[in-house]
Design a protein around this ligand. Structure first.
Ligand SMILES: Cc1cc2nc3c(=O)[nH]c(=O)nc-3n(C[C@H](O)[C@H](O)[C@H](O)COP(=O)(O)OP(=O)(O)OC[C@H]3O[C@@H](n4cnc5c(N)ncnc54)[C@H](O)[C@@H]3O)c2cc1C
Length: 433
C-alpha cells in the first residue's frame, strides 16, 4: 500500500514550486496546480530579468510583519544560506554582487528552468492551465476537496495555498488565494501596493519628467519623518520612481490610505557634508555672483531641476545673483538639499512589485500551518509579510515554501529551528562567488 502523504500545492510561483519540491523531497506525493499555461511567470520579470533571488545583508529590519519574532523563527529554519544550498542542490550557480544574490547567468529564466527541471526530477504532477476555485475540508476526515475551474474535484490530505498576490497583475486578478483562505475562516488584511511609484500633484512635476539623479529622499507623514533612503531618483510625468522611492512607498501607501499628508524631501547633494556645502555655496556667490540665475545654477544640477528650483522660489532665470542678494541665494542653495514634493497617491497595484497585507500571519504557526484548519498551509506573498527591494521577497517565497512543504510532508521543522540561521560568521568563507 502507498503510504505517501498526498499534497496539493495551489499556485506554481516561487513559493509554490519550492513547497512542492521540498514536500516531494521529504517523501510526499505532490500535485501542483497552476492556473496559467506555464509555472513561474512572475519570476521572469524579477530583478529586471536578472532575478535578484536573495541578499546576504539580512535582518528582520528588511521585512514588514506584525510579528517579527515569529517571522525570525521561520527564517531560522531556512535562511539565505539555505536557499543558496537549495539552488546549488538543483545545479544553479549563485553570484554575489555586493551582497545581492543573482543566478550566475544573470538570467531570471535560468532560475525558472532549474525549478522546472526539479519538479520533473521529483516526479511532481504539474497541472498547468488549471485554477482552483474552491476548497473545503471534510469534517473530521482530514481530506481536502479542491474544485477546479472546470468543476472537477480533487482530493488531498494536505493543501498548501501559494497563490501569490494581485501585484503587477491586471485589475481584478490574483485574488483567489485570499478567497480560499477566507473560505477556511482566515482573516485577510487590507491589501496595498508596495514597491511602487509615488504620484505627485505638484504643478512642476511634469517639467522634471525623465530626470534621473542620485539623491537622498526622506518620507514625511503629517510632517514627521518616517524613513529615509538614498539612491537613484527618477522623475516621471506623474511623480517619482526609482529604488529609494520603492523602498519608501509602502509607508507612503499606508499613510495615504489613512488619509494622512505625505511628502518627500529630496536632497540633490546627498554626498556633500553640510559645512563643506555651505562654504561652497558662499564661495560660489562670491565668484559667480555676476551671472544670471540660469547661468549661476549651471554646473550644479540637471538643467530641468535648476529651472524648477529657480521658479519655485518665485525668481526669474534672467535675474542676476548679486542683485538678488546672498540671503535669497542661500535659500536657493538650501532648497537643493530639502526639496519638498507633495505626494497625492501611489501608482496602482498593477504597477506594484509586491502587495502589502494579506492572510493574517497571526493565524498561522511557525510551521506556516493554519491555526484554524489542520493540514492547511500558506506561503509567499499571500501572507501579510513583505520585504524591501533587494531580493527579500523572493527569499520569503523560498523560505515559506520550504517550511510549508517540509511540514506538510510530515517532517517537522521544529527540532531544527535553531540549527540554521543567518549569523554573521556564515558570511565569512562563503562558498559563493
Ligand atoms: C516586476 C517585478 C520584479 C520583482 N523583482 C524582484 C526581485 O528582483 N527580487 C525579489 O526578491 N522579489 C522581486 N519581486 C517580488 C517577487 O517576484 C514575489 O514576491 C514572488 O514571486 C512571490 O512569490 P509567490 O509564490 O508568493 O507568488 P507568485 O510568484 O505570484 O505565484 C503565485 C502563482 O499562483 C498562481 N495562482 C493564483 N491563483 C491560483 C489558483 N486559484 N489556482 C492555481 N494557480 C493559481 C499564479 O498564476 C502564480 O503563478 C518582483 C515582482 C515583480 C512584479
Amino acid at each position: 500500500m502507498d503510504n505517501k502523504v498526498k499534497i496539493a500545492v495551489i499556485g506554481g510561483g516561487a513559493s509554490g514550486m519550492t513547497a512542492a519540491i521540498t514536500a516531494a523531497r521529504y517523501g510526499a506525493e505532490v500535485t501542483l496546480f497552476e492556473k496559467e499555461e506555464r509555472v513561474g511567470k512572475k519570476i521572469l520579470a524579477t530583478g529586471n530579468g536578472k532575478c535578484n533571488l536573495g541578499n546576504l545583508d539580512f535582518s528582520m529590519d528588511q521585512y514588514y510583519c506584525r510579528d517579527k519574532e515569529k517571522l525570525e523563527k521561520v527564517f531560522r529554519v531556512f535562511s539565505v544560506w539555505d536557499s543558496i544550498s537549495f539552488f546549488e542542490s538543483m545545479g544553479l550557480m549563485v553570484k554575489n554582487k555586493n551582497g545581492y544574490l543573482y543566478p550566475y547567468s544573470e538570467q531570471a529564466s535560468t532560475v525558472l528552468d532549474i525549478l522546472r527541471m526539479e519538479l520533473v526530477r521529483q516526479q511532481i504532477t504539474v497541472k498547468t492551465g488549471i485554477g482552483i476555485k474552491a476548497a473545503r475540508c471534510k469534517n473530521g476526515e482530514e481530506v481536502f476537496e479542491l474544485t477546479d475551474d472546470a468543476g472537477e474535484n480533487h482530493s488531498f490530505q494536505r493543501v498548501i495555498v501559494a497563490c501569490g498576490s494581485p501585484a503587477s497583475l491586471k485589475k481584478g486578478q490574483g485574488m483567489t488565494g485570499y478567497c480560499l483562505a477566507e473560505g477556511f475562516g482566515h482573516r485577510v488584511g487590507r491589501l496595498l501596493p508596495g514597491l511602487v511609484q509615488l504620484q505627485s500633484d505638484e504643478s512642476f512635476i511634469r517639467a522634471l519628467g525623465g530626470v534621473r539623479c542620485q539623491a537622498g529622499v526622506r518620507l514625511l507623514v503629517d510632517g514627521e519623518e518616517k524613513a529615509a533612503e538614498c539612491g537613484e531618483l527618477q522623475f516621471t510625468d506623474y511623480g517619482v520612481s526609482g529604488i529609494p522611492i520603492f523602498q519608501l512607498s509602502r509607508i507612503g501607501a499606508k499613510a495615504l490610505a489613512e488619509k494622512k499628508d505625505v511628502e518627500v524631501y529630496v536632497d540633490f547633494f546627498p554626498d556633500q557634508e553640510t559645512k563643506a556645502y555651505a562654504c561652497m555655496a558662499r564661495l560660489r556667490f562670491e565668484t559667480q555672483g555676476d551671472k544670471n540665475l540660469e547661468d549661476y545654477m549651471t554646473g550644479l544640477l540637471n538643467k530641468k531641476i535648476n529651472m524648477v528650483i529657480i521658479k519655485r522660489l518665485g525668481l526669474k532665470p534672467g535675474m542676476r545673483a548679486e542683485e538678488i542678494g546672498w540671503e535669497k541665494i542661500r535659500e536657493l542653495m538650501q532648497i537643493c538639499r530639502q526639496f519638498p514634493i507633495h505626494i497625492s497617491n501611489t501608482n496602482s497595484m498593477e504597477n506594484a512589485q509586491i502587495c502589502a497585507g494579506g492572510v493574517d500571519f497571526a493565524q498561522v504557526g511557525t510551521e506556516l500551518e493554519s491555526e484554524l484548519v489542520s493540514g492547511l498551509y500558506f506561503t509567499g506573498e499571500l501572507l501579510d509579510v513583505d520585504g524591501k527591494c533587494g531580493g527579500y521577497n523572493l527569499q520569503w517565497a523560498f523560505t515559506s515554501g520550504y517550511v510549508a512543504g517540509r511540514n506538510a510532508a510530515g517532517s517537522s521543522t521544529r527540532e531544527i529551528a535553531s540549527g540554521s540561521g543567518y549569523e554573521e560568521e556564515k558570511l565569512k568563507g562563503s562558498p559563493i562567488c
